[in-house]
Design a protein around this ligand. Sequence first.
Ligand code: PMP
Length: 398
Amino acid sequence: SLDGNKAAVRDQFPGLPEGWHYLDSAATAQKPQAVIDAITRAYAHDYATVHRGVYERSAMMTQSYEAARSAAASLIGGKPEDTVFTRGATEAINLVAQSWGRDNLKAGDRILLSTLEHHSNIVPWQMLAREVGAIIDICPISDDGRIDLEAMEKMLTEEHRLVALAHVSNVFGSILDARTATQLAHRVGAKILLDGCQAAPRIPVDIGAIGCDFYVWSAHKLYGPTGIGALTSPLLSDMPPYQGGGSMIDRVTFEETTYAPAPTRFEAGTPHIVGAIGLHAAVDWLREQDVLNLHRHESGLVAFAREELSRIEGLTLYGSDDSAGIVSFNLDGVHGHDVATILDDAGVAVRAGHHCAQPLMDHLGVSATVRASFAAHSSAEDVAALMKGLEKVKRIFG
Ligand code: PMP
C-alpha cells in the first residue's frame, strides 16, 4: 500500500509535525534524525579541520571527510578521485562552465540545453557563451514534458561541444533517457553534463552505465544538509582550477604556483567539513531505504495524485504519468500563489511559482505552476490533504 512505509519513515523526520503535509521536497528535503544526529555528533564530539592537522582528531576528521567523498561517488556509480565537493549543484555547474568550458570552448562552438532546464543549468552557460562567443541551442520538449531526443539527434552537429540536461525535471518530474542522450552527444564529439538534482534522491543512478562526462547534485534535496553537493567527472584531472586559495595548491611562491591533483585542486579553502559528514549520513540513509523502493513509492503517489487531480474541473495537469515524484498543475483563473496560500492554511506546503524555470513557463504560456513533490515520508494522506485543500480553493474562487 502507499502507506506501508509511512509510520516508520515519517517518524524519523522531527521536522514533520502531525497534521502538516510537506509537499515541497523537490525544493529541499526534510531531514531524517540520522542525518541531524551525524551533524550534531560531528560538531559536538569529532570536530577539527581536515587535511592539515597532524593531531589525531584532525586525522580522524580527514578520514571521515574522504569517506564522505567515497559515499558521494558511489551513490551514483562514480569514483572518489573523480568527485569534488561543491556548495551544491549550482556551484558544480559553474565550476564546469568556468573551468572546463573556458578551456574547451571557442567562438562559434555550440552548447545544447533543453526547454525545461533550471536556471542553474542555463545561466552559467549563457555567461560562458558570452565570454567565449559560443552559441546556445535549445532542444524542444514533448507535450507531456520530456526532452525530445529525436529532435536532439537532428539538432546536434560537429560544432556542439557540450550538451547539458536535467536528468529529472524539477517541474514535471519527467525522467531523461540519459544513456541515449549521452550516446547522441558523444556521436558528434560533444561532452554531456547531467543535472542530477532531482534524479539522485529519486531514481537509481549509475553514471558508469550512462557514460556521461559530468554529473552534479545537491545534498539538501537528498535528505542531507544545505551548502554541499558534488560534481563527478572523469575529466577533472585535465581541467584547470576554478578558485584559488589554500588547500588546492602543491607549492606557492610569489613567482609561480603549482596545483594539487584533482579533486583537491577544486576545493580551495576550508571545506564544508560537517556538510560532507551530513551528506554521507544522508547517502547511507537513502541506501537503507533503497532508492528503487522509494521510486516505486513516489511513482505510486504520483499516479494516485494525478488521478485525483484529473477529476477537478478546470485543472490543467502538466507532465506525464510516469513522473519521478513531482506533479505540476494549474487551476483555471486562479494564480498559483493564491492556491499555495490557501493550501498553506489547510496545512499543505506546496511550491507555486516559476520553479527557477522561466523559459519553461514561457513555453507553457503561464507565469507559474503549482507543484506538489513527494519524498520517502509522503503518503496517500498527504495527497488527500492536498485534495481537500483544493476543494477549499475551488469554493473560495467559485
Ligand atoms: N537543477 C535542478 C533540476 C534543481 O531542481 C535545482 C534546485 N531547485 C538546482 C538545479 C539547483 O540546485 P541548488 O540550488 O541546490 O544548487
